[in-house]
Design a protein around this ligand. Structure first.
Ligand SMILES: *Cc1c(COP(=O)(O)O)cnc(C)c1O
Length: 384
């Protein structure tokens, strides 16, 4: 069974089926579960819809396969998954090291909510080396919080170095794996303790619902995550779980196309006079390309583009002229997206090397790549 390829295993995650069976599991829209005897009422699990029902169990099994996890906890979106993972392993008085380029709202959780819980943090530049990081570790340091590649700026932390450092100092490593989606990056196999995904992005894949997952191989951490999730009442609704499970079936097929189009667009953009530089970890000129080659088996459709300096009005005219690229937050769906990022870049450490002009983030969707290039080409005419 384990020798089967991911596409096969993600399609055959058979859980509960009707009799006679349907291809898909039945969707249980239920808060209340009915029991026939009082003993079962208090002993049988799941005893209540908040704990998840059949569709949730099948989604958990699929995600365990995807990430090589033993324990999966579902949450209502990616941000709650990151907050649950971080919040469940830290206590009042603890300290955590936080990668500067993690997803902005997760960083805000660390700065605002952890602080309110009596937990202190130190932000570190994504490319910090072992000596610089070790110098920040205190007796009360408990965790290193990572994301690979970092949001918007796409730097890669040296995850294997961080895992070694964590082992030496007894720290827990948590990594947001939304970009790699579990297919192109398997942090748990690299020794990371907890992997987090915003299922909202590639797993759901159609920009039509939210979901999050916290995954680990460690039973001790799974118990903490479960307790914290129960205490905070974190749960994923059945319809959202269903869309995530449906997305899993086609994840590998869709990502192959996102990867191909992302690379084609990145290379096309790199050759354009309007573009100062493309930031795509799979391109050989990316500063962390060697780390990407070591730790990843592929790349998704999301990458950065730095334009040559241009007046804001022309940049805005270019963005407004795009017909196929939607301007909006989130990514991972079938449609191509673009956003200007400068307004969101509120970092403790300046980008290295400094950006020549405005930073854009592009998500290559599933449209024909020739049409996407033609759309960018006509919009770029507004830049001159
Ligand atoms: C979008 C995103 C999240 C948050 O996911 P939501 O489902 O929108 O809450 C977390 N981490 C990363 C890296 C993301 O891109």
């Amino acid at each position: 069974m384990t020798t089967r390829k991911p596409s096969t295993r993600l399609i055959h995650t058979r859980g509960t089926r009707l009799d006679p069976p349907t291809v898909n599991p039945p969707l249980e829209r239920a808060s209340t579960v009915i029991f026939s005897d009082p003993e079962a009422l208090y002993s049988r699990k799941p005893g209540y819809g908040r704990m998840g029902l059949g569709v949730h169990r099948e989604l958990e099994a699929g995600l365990a396969t995807l990430e090589g996890a033993e324990h999966v906890r579902l949450t209502m979106n990616g941000l709650s998954a990151a907050a649950l993972a971080i919040g469940s392993v830290l206590d009042s008085g603890d300290h955590a090291l936080v990668q500067d380029s993690i997803y902005g709202p997760t960083r805000r959780f660390c700065e605002r909510r952890l602080k309110a819980m009596g937990i202190s943090i130190t932000r570190f530049p994504t490319r910090a080396d072992a000596a610089a990081l070790a110098a920040q570790i205190r007796p009360e340091t408990k965790a290193i919080i990572l994301e690979s590649p970092g949001s918007l700026t796409f730097e890669l932390p040296d995850t294997q170095m961080m895992v070694g450092l964590a082992a030496e100092h007894g720290l827990i490593t948590i990594l947001d794996n939304t970009w790699g989606a579990g297919l192109f990056h398997r942090p748990l196999a690299l020794g990371v303790d907890i992997s987090v995904q915003a299922l909202t992005k590639y797993v759901v894949g159609h920009a039509d619902s939210f979901g999050g997952a916290v995954m680990t191989r460690r039973a001790d951490l799974a118990a903490k995550i479960e307790a914290c999730s129960d205490d905070w009442g974190i749960a994923l609704g059945p319809e959202e779980a269903y869309t995530a499970l449906r997305g899993l079936r086609t994840l590998e097929t869709r990502l192959a196309r996102h990867q191909e189009s992302g690379l084609a667009l990145a290379e096309w953009l790199a050759a354009r006079p309007e573009v100062a530089r493309v930031i795509h970890p799979a391109l050989p000129d990316h500063p962390d390309h060697a780390l990407w080659e070591r730790d990843f088996t592929g790349s998704c459709g999301l990458f950065g583009v730095v334009l040559n300096p241009v007046p804001e009005a022309k940049l805005n005219a270019m963005l407004s002229a795009l017909e196929l690229f939607g301007m909006g937050f989130s990514w991972g769906g079938y449609e191509s997206l673009i956003i200007p990022c400068d307004a969101q870049l509120n970092r403790a450490f300046a980008p290295e090397p400094p950006f020549e002009g405005p930073l854009l983030r592009i998500h290559a969707g599933l449209e024909a790549v020739e049409d996407l290039e033609a759309d960018l080409d006509q919009a770029f005419a507004r830049l001159t």
